[in-house]
Design a binder for this molecule. Structure first.
Ligand SMILES: CCCCCC/C=C/CC(=O)SCCNC(=O)CCNC(=O)[C@H](O)C(C)(C)COP(=O)(O)OP(=O)(O)OC[C@H]1O[C@@H](n2cnc3c(N)ncnc32)[C@H](O)[C@@H]1OP(=O)(O)O
Length: 229
């Protein structure tokens, strides 16, 4: 494990440049992405409105938008394409499925797989985080359904979060409930947003929050009452 430096944007699209240092394996760049094959049916629908410069990335990978290797590869390629399009200033990530934003890492990718395949998968998870956190576009998660674990990480990695209020929707790094320790950089991403103590409690207990509770704990600045954003 080495240290990598992630800088956020710095272009006119993102005036407030931030710098952070994270401990993780060397990031894998475009060459690595192009080596990985994406599946034939798109798992993410991308619409760029050229009049506003805002793109919407809609997850459409039933049943629960789990973050498989294919999904993550497609996500990174789509984000990279938008990044290269100078007319695109901001991205909204959201779900096209009812009730689910993302169920987090695809559990089937972590079960009974070879060490090589696990390594490839884990690299793709890191890469998603690096690309999203390091994006020079403004990124917004419109959380219109449940968002446990890796789904929550994706939302936390965005600059802003808006969540639909519905008692059935929960968000949080709940992997403790599965007997998995959240990697330190998942934890750091949460600390950056909600602070140390809230993160400590949430991770120890594997908590999932409703939209109003999350708002109270400063996860975001607003939530919407409609069940679909
Ligand atoms: C290699 C490195 C290892 C380190 C890893 C450390 C970090 C881990 C972070 C993670 O993200 S771990 C994954 C954590 N995710 C969860 O705990 C979510 C579990 N799922 C749910 O809570 C619920 O499914 C839901 C998302 C709230 C949706 O509930 P709903 O009642 O609408 O649907 P279900 O009937 O439960 O599920 C439908 C269907 O989807 C399958 N499924 C659900 N979650 C996942 C998943 N994360 N990966 C793969 N598949 C998933 C579920 O099994 C059902 O499939 P079926 O074939 O229809 O039975």
């Amino acid at each position: 494990m080495g240290f990598g430096t992630v800088s956020r944007g710095g272009s006119s699209r993102w005036p407030d440049q931030r710098l952070c240092t994270v401990e993780m394996g060397p990031p894998c760049h475009t060459s690595c992405l192009s080596r990985r094959k994406s599946s034939s049916s798109p798992k993410i629908k991308v619409d760029l409105d050229s009049s506003t410069g805002i793109a919407v990335m809609k997850f459409q990978s039933p049943p629960v938008n789990s973050l498989s290797l294919d999904f993550l590869t497609e996500f990174c390629i789509s984000l990279e394409k938008l990044e290269m399009d100078r007319s695109c200033r901001g991205v909204v990530v959201t779900s096209a499925l009812p009730k689910i934003f993302s169920a987090g890492l695809d559990i089937m990718e972590m079960y009974g797989k070879s060490p090589e395949r696990c390594g490839e998968f884990w690299k793709a998870v890191q890469e998603m985080w690096l690309k999203l956190y390091g994006s020079n576009m403004v990124t917004i998660a419109a959380i219109n359904g449940s968002s446990p674990a890796g789904g929550c990480l994706m939302a936390l990695t965005c600059d802003y979060r808006i969540m639909a209020e519905n008692p059935r929707y929960g968000i949080g790094l709940n992997e403790t409930q599965l007997g998995i320790v959240a990697p330190f950089w998942f934890k750091d991403t949460m600390v950056n947003t909600v602070g140390h103590r809230t993160t400590e409690l949430a991770l120890e207990l594997g908590l999932l929050y409703s939209a109003p509770d999350a708002l109270r704990l400063a996860w975001w600045t607003s939530w919407c009452r409609r069940t679909r954003c």
